[in-house]
Design a protein around this ligand. Sequence first.
Ligand SMILES: [Fe+2]
Length: 201
Amino acid sequence: MAFELPKLDYEYDAFGNYISARIMELHYTKHHQTYVDKLNAAVDSAPALQGLSLEELVAGLDKVPEHVRTAVRNMGGGHYNHTLFWQCLHPSSTKSPSGELLEGLEAKYGSFQGFVDEFSTKATGVFGSGWVWLQPDLSIATTPNQDNPLMTGGEEPILGFDVWEHAYYLDYTYNRADYIKAWWEVVDWEKTTERYKVSGS
Ligand SMILES: [Fe+2]
């Protein structure tokens, strides 16, 4: 079955001035849709890949036929990463986690703010296009382009932050720092905590 855009749990204008409706719509209906369409085209041209899940594709790039490997990496990564990204946003964010995840972050980073500062520093430091991840062991990773931790043998991240310019340029032009500040206002900590619990860390 062909891959499809996931349904969003909120409207494009759900994030007020933090992320504009225009960016949400373009990001979802143009950028993410393009990753989905091009991933489907790549899988269509490689029968051995048909029936594999998105996670199996991006975690097993070495088994993907060479003629579509770059497409599966970029488009499969794009689809996986954005699917997680949409689930990391909530219109009425609690602004911080609670329970086990909060305790874990405080233990690792000294305080929740210590975690926010470290994650923000890594987000600022991504050169060009890429992503910042919170992993189940609560370490922070960055990847270039549409790569993600699954591609290097890692586990599924519990939080993913898109720092491509397409995610913020219309609202913030080149001021990635302002976009990073806004992101902390819209993170869905409840779903992130659920992913943390499911990961068993
Ligand atoms: Fe994006």
